[in-house]
Design a binder for this molecule. Structure first.
Ligand code: DAH
Length: 345
């Protein structure tokens, strides 16, 4: 038990601690050394112990030590409270507001597919429904795959049909997706039913031509494939892409890789065939080239042309999109003007 004097001392010290400002660490330190240091009242009491009768000394010593312990605890508690408070204040002061106020006038725009991607997906969906598989090929090609194997020999006038970007004498940017016919046939034997969409490049630049544009190629090789299969497939395709009333017309044409070759026209999607500005009054619009795969091409690819026949077709995707959406200039696809693009949302 503490005697009254010691008790009073402890209480006095505790109330001094309580009065110290929450943030004044030096003041607390000062009170601590005054209360517990060498010249403190408590230390003096210890010094007085020798004046006490021998039997009282242990008890007195115990009481002073108990008081010291109480005070030390009180200081430790005050110090830790003070540290906590100071840390809290520091964090509060250094707080960064990471929340940006929401600007309600800012229009949230949502992206969407480019019109060329839209028609590509639509066309692929139609042909996938007819059992075609999609097989893509490289945009940087060799002369062999792009021309030679497709029955377009070097110096042949047919090379002038496609103005080519050459990288070296034998390496070039593909001018059409047809080289993928060769790549596919060299890899697998019939039955083949494939579709190849992708970018192609030609040194050509006006309102309806762009140095880079997209094509989609189709190839079917099997036993007993005839021109009627080609016609039926393309008719089904045209009706699905435009509408049920769309008619298909085959005109004789020439491509070195097909024999016979045809140019395929559809009744104008704008006027339905009566004649308008879009179809230049004819009622028809040319959409693609096609034909029966030239037996020479089959042989070049290691396919027995006595046993198998095939048809192929290729079309420009920008051209299809221009017809479908009534777009007058191919440049619009590549300028990336959002006022144009957002109409296809
Ligand atoms: N490759 C031709 C071109 O770019 C288009 C074409 C015509 C592809 C007839 C074919 C085809 O597969 O049979 O002009």
């Amino acid at each position: 038990m503490l005697n009254d004097k010691i008790k009073e001392l402890v209480e006095k010290c505790k109330s001094k601690i309580a009065e110290v400002k929450e943030t004044s660490a030096t003041e607390l330190q000062k009170i601590k050394s005054e209360s517990l240091g060498k010249n403190s009242e408590l230390a003096n009491m210890m010094k007085c112990m020798r004046d006490l009768p021998g039997e009282e000394r242990p008890k007195f010593g115990q009481m002073v030590n108990e008081a010291r312990k109480l005070l030390e605890e009180a200081f430790a508690e005050a110090e830790s409270k003070m540290q906590e408070k100071m840390l809290h204040d520091k964090l509060e002061k250094e707080k960064v507001d990471i929340t940006l106020p929401c600007d309600m006038t800012f229009e949230q725009t949502r992206g969407h597919l480019h019109p060329v991607s839209l028609v590509t997906n639509e066309i692929m969906d139609i042909f996938k429904g007819l059992g075609f598989e999609v097989l893509e090929g490289p945009e940087i090609e060799t002369d062999y795959y792009c021309f030679e194997a497709l029955n377009i020999p070097k110096n042949h006038p047919a090379r002038d049909m496609q103005d080519t970007f050459y990288i070296t004498e034998n390496i070039l940017l593909r001018t059409h997706t047809s080289p993928n016919q060769v790549r596919t046939m060299k890899k697998k034997q019939p039955p083949i039913k494939m579709l190849c969409p992708g970018k192609v490049y030609r040194s050509d630049d006006d309102a309806s031509h762009s140095p880079m544009f997209h094509q989609i190629e189709g190839l079917v090789v099997d036993k007993n494939i005839t021109l009627c299969d080609l016609q039926g497939t393309l008719e089904t395709f045209a009706k699905a892409l435009f509408d049920e009333k769309t008619k298909t017309r085959f005109r004789p044409s020439f491509f070195p890789f097909t024999e016979p070759s045809v140019e395929v026209d559809l009744t104008c999607s704008n006027c339905g065939g009566t004649g308008c500005k879009l179809c230049k009054g004819t009622g028809w619009i040319e959409v693609l080239g096609a034909g029966m795969v030239n037996p020479k091409v089959l042989e070049n690819c290691g396919i027995d042309s006595e046993k198998y026949t095939g048809y192929a077709f290729g079309m420009g995707l920008e051209r299809i999109a221009m017809i479908k959406y009534g777009i007058p200039n191919i440049k619009l696809f590549f300028e990336n003007d959002v006022r144009f693009l957002k109409q296809f949302r």
